[in-house]
Design a protein around this ligand. Sequence first.
Ligand code: NAD
Length: 363
Amino acid sequence: MIVGVPREVKSDEYRVAMLPVGAEELTRAGHRVLVEQGAGLESGISDEQYAVHGAEILSSPEEVFSQAELIVKVKEPQADEWPLLREGQMFFTYLHFAADEELTREVLDTGVTALAYETLRGVKGDLPCLTPMSEVAGRMSIQEGAKYLERPHQGRGVLLGGVPGVAPAHIVVLGGGIVGKNAARIAAGFQADVVLMDINIERLRYLEDIMPANVNTLFSDRHNIREQLQRADLVIGAVLIPGAKAPNLVSAEDLKIMKSGAVVVDVCIDQGGCFETSRPTTHSEPTYVVDSIVHYCVTNMPGAVGRTSTYALCNVTLPYIREIANKGLQSACDRVPGIIEAVNMHRRCVTNQAVAETFGLSY
Ligand code: NAD
């Protein structure tokens, strides 16, 4: 199979979808790997490192897209890339269709087979290709929140850990999945006062067992959320209903009960966000202020730490890329059933129920 690795073109995206070791493994198995010139540079990987391990370096995205049977990428196709997608081609990347109707309709129209990292299921029903980026984003959410709580960034001027005699910051994490767990752990390390909320009581039991003493768990309902918002210096949005738009947990009206200069980091913005006032931002302009609350809503947080994120992502995607390249999509789905969950579009049909329902498309 011919596997293509284009350079990422989304604003401030510094990751790449394959490591030199991936090129080596695929070419050793008899496949061709086409890497766009400079694709790995922002993650610290040179064209020579790919070439020495068997990849062919091509100078333009057109050359990669026009030849590859399987395109592997990091972010959803950008408008400039839509015309490059070919009927019948497989496209394996983060897609997050439910958050973007125009993207969904444009990609559907191209006739590609769209495979989403974020809906691929592992053997335990987990989401193995989402996990590493959620780990990165969860850890990063506290580091970003700490920065924007500083007064020069329009925050309240609160230090996460406080100091002896001065209370630490109160941090509320909505959603106790991978993002939430990682956020809470790092926040606890900063010695903040942390509340971790979820609707899954079993999950809360588990989190209660493993978290340090300065993390308390709380059931996520409307009353508890509003009570926590009043106390919060920093709120992390980390909920997920797989494939669907994020539930709206904090309304525009709710911001009025929060402290002036509090910060919200809406990590689940890639699924539409869980604050009514969230709108996607980029690393170049990450924040905006609504009712004196600083909003950080970057859709590709891990992109900023490309050297960590590229390795974390490629470690988990390569086994699936190898399986699809070696066996073809049909056999790969038979052998590794979770792969079929990744197929969001095939032959101009939406094959993911949540995406179809979100936009009233046939499924
Ligand atoms: P996850 O499935 O591990 O966790 C989600 C949690 O949300 C679950 O425990 C679930 O029970 C909980 N939940 C659902 N509804 C809830 C509610 N009403 N109140 C409280 N909790 C609720 O998912 P994850 O891997 O932690 O990812 C969370 C989100 O972060 C996803 O939307 C993911 O796409 C996003 N994400 C964004 C970035 C970024 O760069 N912005 C990076 C990585 C992940």
